[in-house]
Design a protein around this ligand. Structure first.
Ligand SMILES: C[S@@+](CC[C@H](N)C(=O)[O-])C[C@H]1O[C@@H](n2cnc3c(N)ncnc32)[C@H](O)[C@@H]1O
Length: 261
């Protein structure tokens, strides 16, 4: 299958055109709980999970961004059903990360406002790439260590060197909407896009330059755009012709600089 292209196809069919062990990284968000109406398409996540396990390389990663809806006062737990399904087809659940939204439009009168979705990180075996994103530590330089007890029980405090930075925690927060998710105003013709920065940060974490990044349900093309801007190859698929065209248009905007607020 040709890379650096967007295909208008049901991804279960589209993946049948891919050879085994082809893809380095998948970053995607499926439709869930009829939250958005994608022209009534029936979404078969079990079939998607099975095909993804076949086309992903040994050590490759699938980042699956999904939330839950409340129906008749009851959380659907669709996210966990998906996660268990991926585990059943052979993936390791490498991490359960949180995508926290800074601005949250949905409110319930008898519960706290939901402000997150899950970012499941599924691995085919042991992850082959991890480029951890870092943050500066609060205290740096030399400092007396609080405890340095030997067998005699005496606390001989010594100077220790503190690291300048540490690996980030697994809750990632993003602004959403225009100016948050993206500055591409036309991308909002799609109703459920996720932040470019989210795609960017997973792409940096779990892939290297020239790797192949795949989004089987690419919607407005966020993942394909960010893969291309980060010198990765990409393949996008979407069952909707309208969204396929939108993705193609979006991926055409490659001259932008990578700037996040
Ligand atoms: C949550 S949206 C993805 C949004 C995307 N992450 C973005 O940033 O724009 C899910 C997408 O899956 C597509 N879709 C639903 N079922 C599909 C299938 N079987 N194969 C391919 N695409 C599908 C829908 O048309 C929709 O655009």
């Amino acid at each position: 299958m040709k890379t650096n292209k967007i295909y208008n196809i049901n991804c279960v069919e589209g993946m049948k055109e891919m050879q085994d062990n082809f893809v380095d990284l998948v970053v995607t968000s499926p439709p869930y709980d009829d939250l958005r109406n994608y022209n009534g398409y029936d979404f078969q996540y079990e079939e998607v999970a099975k095909e993804l396990f076949r086309v992903v390389k040994e050590g490759g990663i699938v980042v699956w961004v999904v939330g839950d809806r409340t129906k008749n006062g009851n959380k659907t737990l669709t996210s966990f059903k998906h996660a268990l399904c991926f585990q059943n087809v052979g993936f390791n659940v490498h991490d359960v990360m949180i995508y926290q939204k800074k601005n949250t439009p949905f409110m319930r009168s008898n519960a706290y406002t939901n402000c997150f979705e899950y970012m499941f990180v599924f691995a085919k075996g042991k992850p082959k790439t991890f480029n951890p994103l870092k943050v500066p530590t609060v205290r740096q330089g030399l400092e007396k260590m609080p405890v340095n007890k030997k067998a005699d029980g005496i606390n001989n405090k010594v100077l220790g060197k503190l690291n300048k930075e540490k690996t980030r925690i697994n809750i990632w927060e993003y602004a959403v909407g225009l100016g948050g998710s993206t500055n591409d105003r036309f991308a909002f013709e799609h109703t459920a896009i996720f932040p470019e920065k989210l795609a960017h940060e997973h792409i940096l974490s779990w892939s290297n330059e020239n790797d192949l990044v795949f989004d089987p349900m690419c919607g407005s093309g966020t993942v394909c755009k960010m893969a291309s801007l980060n010198n990765r190859n990409f393949i996008g698929m979407d069952i909707s012709k309208k969204y396929t065209e939108l993705s193609k248009r979006r991926v055409g905007l490659l001259k932008q600089e990578l700037k996040f607020g």
